[in-house]
Design a protein around this ligand. Structure first.
Ligand SMILES: [Zn+2]
Length: 48
């Protein structure tokens, strides 16, 4: 089963393990998405 990956260099989505001669990364790491949500709410609270 292939997962969607994203090239860190050109930003294109690909199914390949590498792109632009560089290894691709998973575009949506679960850990980071949770952190991002907290960061967003913190920013909104600060701007108010
Ligand atoms: Zn690329």
């Amino acid at each position: 089963m292939k997962k969607m990956r994203k090239c860190a260099l050109c930003g294109k989505y690909t199914l390949e393990d590498s792109h632009c001669n560089a290894p691709t990364k998973s575009p949506h790491p679960a850990k980071f998405s949770i952190d991002d949500k907290h960061a967003k709410y913190r920013r909104m609270a600060k701007e108010r």
